[in-house]
Design a protein around this ligand. Structure first.
Ligand code: ACM
Length: 667
């Protein structure tokens, strides 16, 4: 399919900074050894062992040496690793590496063990084969990241994501050479971390779905073994329904609270005038600081509309007394107190960009997410703050990978000084959890986050979209060896819909349609609750429908040259789409399946008419065109929370064929 006919070194993602191709290849045989320094870190031992396992599983080789060996006694091993020291999981650490492949030996060298584990990932992507053998093309690679903050946020509040889900996604982050896992642990829909001193937090505000401190430690270690630091987020003072469900006395309006089950922005807000608020947060941050070694803690701070503050006369009096002129100033008062608490526990504060107010100290790290891409980021660094960009990397919007890939961290026209540029630490993909479950989250994160990974690691200047997608789909399938379920779970959902009948007709549709984009699927947060079904047809579809990408490319190529082979391939697609409806209708119906009939029928009807149009049949007249236009419009309606991303190419094709017969275009 995509890109698999080109040499492996052309499919690397992220692309390395420098790659030089040499003559010859290193051929793998069952006797290969991996030699690592004798006192290697746990990080290197784990990664080298896993590297061998992944290599043997890919090649089917019954290897003689299933574990890495010490370098001292095995300097002639096939793969040798050199590095100077263990890397620290802090900002600006050296993550560079070098790979030199000759026909005799593969040498990995790096300053830190972080470089080593990235080199192993690159090497796995370089594995190639012909009919007779598995091999690595002789190449030299020197590589290092463009940005020091390459993050993925997972929201475990809207839907809880169990330990196994987090771990497999950490594995995949390493493939994407991403080094920061941002864990959104509290929001209106749940408080997800055990705080020993306050058992009521998880008793009252988690539905029993939370991480124990032992699990947190385990995950932090698991992440560290993969070169990933973990930043926890407790979102305050807004997004606080879960917190006030457990502690109603620290809310800005005294009432009984229940966990939120809807999506949206809600009013429950912590009371910044109440000493008890800081007592609770102090304890939470005290316990979290022991669990998370990374220097930053995220305090959220987004989307506080301050309605409860406006409505509370005590809070209004407090503001007057302290000369706080706006809710922004009150929130800054609150943030500065949190910063002092965090400082006590040797942590620095990070928050969403709403915390960037006049009085906020410049030591705060600003997480930019709003407004026009780039603008807010530029403003933030010009004001003297360090910043991480998520604007442009909101993967919950279900936008195609290319839209994230095109996001510039340093806008060309921005006119930043070197110091201002240096304050842009990097970016972060945000996986908000309103519409994702443990079952579907992988397919919302991957493969698109690989494209974001390349934006953050390589930060390419020139981009080639087709080439990006070729590489994306190639590496996407490799993620399956890490138990990422983005591909296989599609079939499980489809079996759920057919009730274990043949899923072929549904699979075809699911490779063609895409879930509604932006936040339109949930219609302002009103359609789906946290307990709604997420095993629907839309959940089996992905943001870059692979067959739609293929068809759009095909049509583009056809319209350029009118090659007969392209036309044949297009007609083959249309026939498949037409015939597919019959196959779907032949399944024993159930309500979920029947709901898909209108969508499937609209595609089949349009395909049939387009085949007739392409066939030069005699009866193509204005009546036919009218019908065709109606069919085209109908196929583009949204059904079952999905859309057909073929509008432009279908219309261009139809109009090309109509023009050939001297007929007027459709609109
Ligand atoms: C956010 O998306 N509310 C940070």
């Amino acid at each position: 399919m995509h890109g698999q006919n080109q040499p492996a070194y052309q499919n690397l993602m992220p692309k390395p900074k420098n790659l030089t191709i040499h003559e010859g290849r290193f051929v793998l045989d069952a006797g290969f050894q991996v030699a690592i320094p004798d006192k290697s870190s746990r990080r290197v031992q784990i990664t080298a062992t896993k590297f061998i396992r992944r290599l043997t599983n890919r090649t089917g080789l019954f290897v003689k040496y299933g574990f890495p060996v010490g370098l001292k006694s095995s300097s002639k091993a096939a793969i040798v690793v050199h590095y100077n020291r263990s890397g620290d999981l802090k900002l600006y650490e050296d993550e560079s590496y070098q790979i030199d492949i000759t026909s005799k030996q593969i040498v990995i060298s790096a300053k830190t063990d972080l470089g080593v584990i990235y080199a192993f990932e690159t090497l796995l992507q370089l594995l190639d084969n012909d009919k007779d053998s598995y091999f690595f093309q002789n190449v030299s690679i020197t590589d290092k990241p463009a940005f020091t903050w390459r993050g993925l946020m997972i929201d475990a509040s809207r839907h809880f994501e169990p330990v196994g889900v987090i771990k497999r996604n950490l594995d995949a982050m390493l493939v994407a050479k991403m080094n920061t896992f941002h864990w959104h642990l509290s929001d209106d829909q749940g408080f997800r971390v055990e705080i020993k001193k306050y058992p009521q937090l998880i008793q009252k505000a988690s539905d029993g779905q939370y991480y124990t401190q032992a699990q947190i430690k385990d995950i932090v270690q698991y992440a560290a073994d993969r070169g990933i630091r973990v930043i926890p987020e407790i979102d305050v003072p807004g997004h606080a329904t879960a917190l006030v469900t457990a502690f109603p006395e620290i809310a800005s309006q005294k009432q009984h609270y229940r966990l939120e089950r809807n999506a949206g922005i809600f009013d429950p807000t912590l009371d910044p005038t109440n000493p008890k608020t800081y007592e609770v947060l102090d304890q939470i941050f005290k316990e979290l600081s022991k669990l998370f070694p990374f220097e930053y803690v995220h305090i959220g701070g987004d989307e506080n509309r301050g309605r409860q503050w406006d409505a509370n006369s005590d809070i209004q009096d407090f503001m007057k007394k302290h000369n706080l002129k706006s809710n922004h100033e009150l929130q800054t008062y609150f943030n500065v107190k949190l910063q002092k608490i965090l400082h006590k526990y040797h942590k620095k504060l990070m928050g969403w960009e709403e915390i960037r107010t006049k009085q906020m100290p410049k030591t705060a790290l600003i997480h930019v997410w709003r407004g026009k891409a780039g603008e807010s980021l530029v403003k933030t660094v010009k004001k003297g703050y360090k910043a991480v960009l998520s604007n442009g990397f909101y993967i919950d919007l279900m936008l195609p990978a290319v839209s994230h890939y095109k996001t510039q961290l340093i806008p060309n026209q921005a006119n930043l000084t070197p110091e201002e540029k240096a304050r842009i630490l990097g970016g972060e993909a945000t996986m908000w959890g309103e519409l994702v479950t443990p079952f579907t989250i992988d397919s919302r994160i991957w493969p698109r986050t690989l494209a974001i990974g390349e934006r953050l690691w390589t930060n390419p200047e020139k981009i080639d979209i087709d080439n990006m997608y070729d590489r994306l789909f190639t590496q996407s399938y490799h993620l399956e060896e890490l138990e990422i379920a983005h591909i296989k779970n599609r079939d499980v959902i489809l079996r759920n819909i057919t009730q274990n009948q043949d899923i072929t007709p549904l699979r075809l549709l699911s490779r063609l349609y895409e879930p509604l984009k932006g936040y339109t699927r949930n219609k302002g947060g009103t359609e789906y609750q946290t307990y709604s079904p997420f095993m629907l047809f839309a959940d089996a579809c992905s943001a870059d429908a692979p067959d739609a990408l293929y068809f759009n490319r095909l049509v583009k190529s056809y319209l350029q040259s009118h090659a007969v082979k392209d036309k044949r391939a297009i007609i083959t697609c249309l026939k498949r789409w037409k015939d597919n409806h019959h196959k779907l209708m032949s399944l024993r119906p159930n309500p979920k399946l029947v709901a898909l009939y209108p969508m499937s029928a609209s595609l089949a009807d349009l395909s049939q008419s387009m085949i007739r149009l392409s066939n030069n049949l005699a009866d193509i007249d204005t009546t036919f065109v009218k019908k065709l236009n109606a069919q085209y419009q109908k196929a583009l309606l949204t059904y079952n929370d999905v859309e057909l991303p073929l509008a432009n190419s279908l219309k261009a094709l139809i109009n090309d064929w109509l023009a050939a017969k001297g007929l007027k275009s459709i609109k």
